[in-house]
Design a protein around this ligand. Sequence first.
Ligand code: S3P
Length: 455
Amino acid sequence: MTTSAMLTLRSEAASRLRGTITLPGDKSISHRALIFGALAMGRTHIRGLLEGADVMSTRAALEQLGTRITLDEQSGERIWIVDGLGLGGFTAPDAPLDLGNSGTGARLLMGVLAGSGISAVFTGDASLSSRPMARVTDPLVEMGAKVEARDGTYLPLTISAPDQPLALHYDSPVASAQVKSAILLAGLTARGETCVVEPKASRDHTEAMLRHFGVKVISEDREDGRHAARLTGEVMLTAQDIAVPADPSSAAFLAVAATITPDADITLIGVGTNPLRFGLFETLMEMGADLTLSNARVEGGENVADIQVRSSALTGITVPAERAASMIDEYPILSIAAAHAKGVTHMIGIEELRVKETDRIQLMADGLMAAGVSVDTTEDSMTVHGINGGKNGTIAGGVTIDACHDHRIAMSFLTLGLITDKPMTVTGAETITTSFPNFTELMVTIGARINEVTA
Ligand code: S3P
């Protein structure tokens, strides 16, 4: 599913951001809820599903594989219902599965396909078609899948599954939840134990949700510092009810907006606080941000809390490389906070940013420098020189950034526009709907000025 017509947005200097906001559901958990519901026996009910374009691409692909997915609004609440087909229940699609902009949808479904005994073609938009898939398909080939990809790694790509995949012990060179999840999902139908070892624990929503659906998954930190997740295949998933928490990766934009603008005081309700996703908030607090967590609770098996954010002076830090996996999607918005901070913020060990929806090191550095911020980069790091809250000069802004099909690039530069001398303009802003469809509306609700620019 590709996003809609071209959209250009412009943001202007803001102050006094106020309000109590409920953010949309977590993107990672929403994809998994639909996929695991489809693989389960019985009917799964999902509350709080993110209805962004990425998740709807996964929904459409699951429907093409034969899953019935419906929306029940009768109670006034939006409840998505997935009638599970059970493992092995998919039928071969008669058209390519178009995953639009969604790396998570594409890579997790490749794992599912490899364990399902059928064949399918995967396609996507220009951004997804430029992202490496061999990191997922190489281990799936070891499990018995046949894969044909453009230049060996890019979409369009065809996966033909074996009758039964082989269990695999895989030492992953990257900490990637997408790689880990694809292998574990293929392992569900393999005979014996499938194990993925990663250099550092990546987000564990697959493991948590598989347990919720009745599958035994063992996670362990190993003595050598690496992390292992394993399960034994030939299992059954049983349908469940799922409540999706608010996405900490979306909360990050409002949290940074409130931190860097004057006189702000906002509260974000029910945000997921899984430690493997919370690195940005940890980093902001170390930089001096005024964040208060309250009402910590467990909702639908995930830890959540309300987060109050007030304006504050930030000081640059070196963000430890070991933290990268827990905030991998948040470096673009952290670099905006860093531009406002006192001193220098070093972000190291972030080479994975180069293979996201765009090369995020390059795009953030180019855009920040065009707006008047000093930035240094290497292959795996970015260093931002801050303006000390305006005491060391201001950020000129007044430039136009092409989002290049990357929602987080678009939202980051619109957030920068809240503190620049002249407005920031973002073209290709329609991509925001992939993860945060009501971003502009919520920003405007708390008092930001973000407007559509018509030609
Ligand atoms: C995701 C994992 C991360 C993240 C992406 C969502 C997931 O990618 O960047 O937005 O839901 O598993 P990697 O696993 O490739 O790091």
